[in-house]
Design a protein around this ligand. Structure first.
Ligand code: SAH
Length: 598
């Protein structure tokens, strides 16, 4: 589907003449809007017929001389070309038609278009050359929302929601940061004029432009060197270094705007601005507790932030939905210099990685898991030794079949120390959240008192020893669906080897044990199949399989569900299938499975 969108602009309307056609309450609102942006509104409308009055708000403005009222019906040719500013030969700068009969509106609109005068006609998008977004204003900060004709009520609602999420004081903070920016520019201009610039290039433009429609330059993300020394480590005492210092200062401000939590930016005070300026003017270190450039603000909540060595954070990204990340892992994603992700890390999570961050995804495919693991370890070690914060991102929980333990051992051996340069953050494991999103409580009083997390794939392809049956046991099998037939056989019958060795001590799982297959838990294409061990292999074969998926076996599967009939005789399948995941938006939460519990 393609959509029509508009070029959003912010028009400096100071001194402009706005023609407002009509004399209803909307005309009053338009006049107020024009006055608020420094324009001069001129009302064009005949005297209201006998007994009618101008809206009070408008009459007040007219009486105060703020709104000039031309008491006649609009005449396009004349009014459009004569009521405006001399500077633009008498043409008006914009026209707002607020009430009309259709012919008048059409005539005014086409007259405006011919003269390139922007025109807006209420409720007639076809006659408008521009529309006014629903706006939120706070100090110099303005936020405009348009749905491009899909509904102004909707736009207003979205605008309110957006505005409500902003921290208090952001408008004032914009003004303060703007002042800081101007003062830095001012100081740099002085330095340049004093003849210390080598290039004279206005580098400011590169780093401080408000237009973010192009990517940041590679230089943007380079570490800002400490103020005592230039980027090359030498003292700041010659012209080249002055240039470096200047660039550094501008980049520092740009980075601050990029990386600081909005709340912290909103809290910048006049005193902060002075302290920042003073520190930089003197070229000394920043005052303690003053805002520090680069990512330190974002990382200060993480352990080991005080260390200037690199570090490695091993973290779990949850089962799929990005809302299932922990705050700690989300923070780590936002602040890491380098992210090394396993192939299974869900797209929704990868989408959260800032575009400036270096990312590598494991080139893992059957047969090269060890090599891929090795490669990532090497990359992590090298980057951390170069002083970077490296995030090793794993799917689910890093210590549940994530080989996280192995990586810890390797990294320790490479000299990284727990709690100093090596950290591990948990993630929500699919082993427990998968069943949950299928409405299966792995433990439940009187039904299941233990849960085993098992793998269906053993080392070097050899099947692992299957767990024995207990009526109150729930077993969750990861990495198992590709060999479901073998797994079911192992659970429900003795292996040839066991028979041979007369090793028949384990209790077999009855074929009638309820089970569920949960695939892509918490992803939009989540799928749940409920059946019994007897039919699960056939169900997967017939319904198809979309990895990753897991198998839950045990009575817990039926705790919140009525067992489905597996001996139907009427030709229907002995399993049920549910597709989809409604998301985690609490306003609409109804993950499949949970929804059908009611
Ligand atoms: N560390 C991960 C597990 C890694 S092993 C965790 O804690 O979740 C990979 C296996 O996890 C897959 O073969 C599959 O069985 C399971 N798995 C991972 N994500 C899943 C998901 N969203 N839905 C169902 N199973 C998933």
């Amino acid at each position: 589907m393609t959509y029509h969108t508009s070029l959003l602009t912010a028009v400096d309307s100071r001194g402009h003449v706005h023609l407002v056609v009509g004399s209803n309450p909307l005309a009053a609102a338009r006049c107020n809007q024009s006055l608020a942006v420094g324009a001069t509104p001129i009302l064009v409308a005949p005297e209201p017929s006998k007994g009618n009055l101008l809206p009070a708000a408008l009459q007040v403005r007219v009486d105060a001389g703020e709104v000039q009222w031309v008491r006649e019906a609009v005449r396009s040719n004349e009014h459009l070309e004569t009521l405006g500013r001399d500077a633009v030969d008498g043409f008006v700068d914009a026209v707002f038609v607020t009430d009309y009969d259709n012919t008048v509106a059409e005539t005014v609109s086409s007259a405006c278009r011919r003269r390139r005068i922007p025109v807006n006609v209420v409720d007639r998008p076809d006659l408008c050359s521009f529309s006014l977004p629903s706006t939120h204003a706070e100090g110099p900060l303005q936020i405009g929302i348009t749905t491009n004709g899909s509904g102004c009520k909707l736009a207003a609602r979205i605008r309110r929601e957006v505005a409500a999420t902003l921290p208090a004081g952001l408008g004032e903070a914009c003004a303060r940061l703007g002042a800081l920016r101007r003062r830095i520019q001012e100081e740099d201009r002085k330095t340049t004029e004093a003849g210390t610039s080598t290039t004279g290039k206005p580098r400011i433009e590169n780093v401080l432009s408000e237009d973010d429609s192009y990517d940041q330059s590679a230089a943007f993300n380079q570490l800002v060197p400490s103020p005592e020394t230039g980027a090359d480590g030498r003292d700041n005492n010659n012209s080249g270094d002055a240039e470096i210092a200047k660039t550094r200062r501008m980049r520092w401000l740009a980075q601050m705007c990029e990386y600081w939590p909005l709340k912290r930016l909103a809290g910048v005070t006049d005193a902060d601005v002075e302290a920042l300026l003073e520190a930089y003017a003197r070229g000394t270190a920043l005052p303690k507790d003053a805002p520090v450039a680069d990512k330190e603000a974002a990382t200060s909540a993480l352990p080991g932030a005080e260390s200037d060595q690199g570090r490695i954070i091993l973290a779990g990204s949850g089962p799929g939905h990005p809302d299932l990340l922990t705050r700690a892992v989300h923070q780590a994603i936002l602040s890491a210099d380098v992210i090394l992700a396993d192939k299974l890390v869900p797209q929704g999570v990868l989408d959260l990685i800032p575009r400036r961050t270096e990312v590598a995804i494991a080139r893992k495919f059957p047969g090269n898991a060890d090599a891929a693991q090795e490669e990532l370890i090497e990359q992590a070690t090298a980057a951390a030794r170069a002083g970077k914060t490296v995030l090793r991102l794993k799917q689910g929980d890093p210590f549940v079949y994530g080989r996280g333990g192995e990586e810890m051992i390797r990294l320790r051996a490479a000299g990284f120390q727990d709690g100093r340069t090596l950290f591990v953050l948990p993630g929500i494991t699919s082993a427990l959240s998968g069943p949950l999103f299928a409405g299966i409580p792995p433990t439940h009083r009187d039904a299941a008192d233990q849960v085993l997390i098992c793998t269906g794939t053993g080392k070097k392809g050899k099947p692992p020893v299957p767990p024995g049956y207990r009526v109150s046991r729930t077993a969750v099998f990861l990495m198992a669906l590709h060999r479901i037939t073998g797994l079911v056989a192992e659970l429900t019958t003795f292996t040839a080897e066991e028979e041979e060795n007369k090793n028949l001590g384990r209790t077999l799982w009855p074929l009638s044990t309820p089970c569920a297959v949960i695939e892509r838990a918490s992803c939009p294409d989540q799928k749940v199949i409920r059946t019994t061990l007897e039919h699960v292999a056939a169900a997967i074969e017939q319904e198809g399989s979309r990895p990753p998926g897991l198998l839950v076996v045990g009575r817990a599967c039926d705790v919140l569900y009525t067992p489905i009939a597996t001996t139907t005789g009427d030709g229907s399948k002995p399993w049920s299938v549910e597709e989809g995941f409604a998301g985690l938006d609490l306003d609409s939460i109804s993950p499949v499975g949970l929804a059908s519990l009611a």
